[in-house]
Ligand binder design. Structure first.
Ligand code: NDP
Length: 244
């Protein structure tokens, strides 16, 4: 028996990487997918692929830093499929840099997307989950929610925050499930916006052992594919060869 089939799963950051791979895998397993991100050309292509293969997917433009946009995303999910089972808050940015570079705008962007984006999702979906009497928040933190590395101070801080918010939410919730996903290094577009050359080089070296986004998608599927009384609280997925 599948607990994924017919679930309505809204995914932020579905236009590439982990979000895109998860959308595909969940759709293959019978979930109804609501895709959100800013690059709607990519979402349109992905939704067409999924529906062309016999799955169900709709898409809409989403900026997770904007609370009204996130509310519209949740409303769109419910008007499309009649309910919301899972909000997968996955959108994130990672412009790594040394603190001495004082890239304050990039720090703020990470705080806005990685932390405020998740909070906007909780604010919009929690009333829906409480009213339904069921629901599931899945938030992408990172292995950076457990270890801090040079150039990653602010990025890791945002992911520690995602971890803490998710854990607090879990403790307060009796009917809503909460899962934190902590990937190690994965081959995606993350970090394309790094402006500091030394940080770019360090990430490229780290990426040599990167996992495919499918590895994380399988972890998300595992968390969703459980009966209502089972809450998979945290999934850490690293490359076997990774020390941290
Ligand atoms: P990608 O860069 O491929 O995907 C990031 C996604 O976030 C894109 O779909 C992007 O869409 C979306 N996004 C960024 N800003 C916004 C915004 N303001 N509003 C809505 N969507 C936004 O990277 P990943 O797939 O790797 O990243 C997914 C998550 O995984 C992130 O939270 C990241 O921190 C986390 N992670 C990734 C790891 C890795 O090694 N790749 C390791 C650990 C954690 P668009 O630009 O179209 O809006």
């Amino acid at each position: 028996m599948s607990y994924i089939e017919n679930k309505v799963v809204a995914i932020t950051g579905a236009s590439s990487g982990i979000g895109e791979a998860t959308a595909r895998l969940l759709a293959e397993n019978g979930a109804q997918i609501v895709l959100g991100a800013r690059r709607t050309d990519r979402l349109e292509k992905l939704a067409a692929e999924i529906t062309g293969a016999g799955g169900k997917a709709v898409f809409t433009k989403l900026d997770v830093t904007n609370a009204a946009s996130v509310q519209d995303f949740i409303d769109f999910a419910i008007s499309s499929f009649g309910k919301l089972d899972v909000l997968y808050s996955n959108a994130g940015v990672m412009p790594l840099s040394m603190m001495t570079s004082r890239k304050v705008d990039e720090w703020n962007r990470m705080i806005d997307v990685n932390i405020r984006g998740v909070l906007n999702g909780i604010a919009a979906a929690l009333p829906v989950f409480e009213q339904q009497g069921f629901g599931h928040f899945i938030n992408t933190a990172s292995i950076g929610a457990h270890v801090v590395v040079p150039t990653g101070a602010v990025y890791c801080a945002t992911k520690y925050a995602v971890w803490a918010i998710s854990e607090g939410l879990r403790q307060e919730s009796e009917t809503t499930r909460v899962t934190t996903i902590c990937p190690g290094v994965v081959e995606t577009e993350l970090g394309h916006d790094i402006t500091e050359e030394t940080s770019k080089g360090a990430l490229n070296a780290f990426r040599k052992i990167a996992l495919s986004p499918d590895a994380i998608a399988r972890g998300v599927c595992y968390a969703i594919d459980q009966p209502d009384d089972v809450d998979v609280n945290e999934v850490i997925i690293r490359p076997t060869r990774s020390a941290f």
